[in-house]
Design a protein around this ligand. Structure first.
Ligand code: FES
Length: 74
């Protein structure tokens, strides 16, 4: 595992604030359940707003994932 893989540029969801998906995922797990809370905690979506849709998609997907019991893929 290369140390640099942890914060590779693809992980960035909001370019303006440099907010990563990893960071957002942490916040969601800590109870930030709305786009507004995540935005205030990270600065995401407070610049150009281009990440608005992607952030919403990511939030919804993470919440869905977290609310479902782990399933066996087989
Ligand atoms: S990319 Fe997130 S506010 Fe500009």
């Amino acid at each position: 595992m290369h140390p640099h893989q942890q914060n590779k540029p693809q992980d960035i969801l909001c370019d303006c604030s440099g907010t990563t998906k990893t960071k957002i995922r942490q916040l969601i797990q800590q109870g930030s359940d709305t786009l507004d809370k995540i935005s205030r905690a990270t600065g995401a979506c407070s610049g150009c707003g281009a990440c608005d849709y992607e952030l919403m998609q990511f939030l919804t997907a993470e919440q869905t994932r977290l609310s479902q019991p782990p399933q066996d893929a087989s």
